[in-house]
Design a protein around this ligand. Structure first.
Ligand code: SF4
Ligand code: SF4
Length: 122
């Protein structure tokens, strides 16, 4: 989380695009909440101003100047991965840079390209 914010030059965690939280007690460990770069992303489909643009290869890009801070994208993401910046009052959208993975000392995170499976040809 801190690595992600460092990328922006800011301090604190408000502008992090990744969140790690307890899974509910020490024994259950932790859950990493991060964008999965969906093909046909639900967050983009509910954006009323086209501020979220589908990205080639999956996921979205945020055009912050078009965002009206409605919060629809936060509700639509099935992973809860649209985090909210209270300082900008806009969503924090992952840019798939992999910086967080580089700084994970336990190799929990990796940025990988996956092949899309064409079920129609099977
Ligand atoms: S923010 Fe959520 S819905 Fe949007 S591309 Fe990422 S995982 Fe998918
Ligand atoms: S908060 Fe911004 S990016 Fe998200 S759905 Fe609303 S206008 Fe689109």
């Amino acid at each position: 989380m801190f690595a992600c914010v460092r990328r922006t030059g800011s301090g604190g965690l408000d502008e992090s695009c990744i969140h790690v939280r307890s899974a509910g007690g020490i024994r259950k460990g932790f859950v990493v909440i991060v964008c999965r770069a969906c093909i046909s992303p639900p967050c983009a489909r509910v954006c009323p101003t086209d501020a979220l643009i589908e990205r080639e290869g999956g996921g979205v890009r945020l055009k912050a100047d078009l965002c009206i801070s409605c919060g629809n994208c936060v509700e639509a993401c099935p992973f809860g991965a649209v985090l909210w910046s209270h300082s900008t009052n806009k969503p924090q959208i992952c840019i798939y840079c992999g910086y967080c993975a580089d700084y994970c000392p336990y190799d929990v995170l990796a940025l990988e390209t996956i092949e899309e499976v064409d079920h129609a040809s099977e």
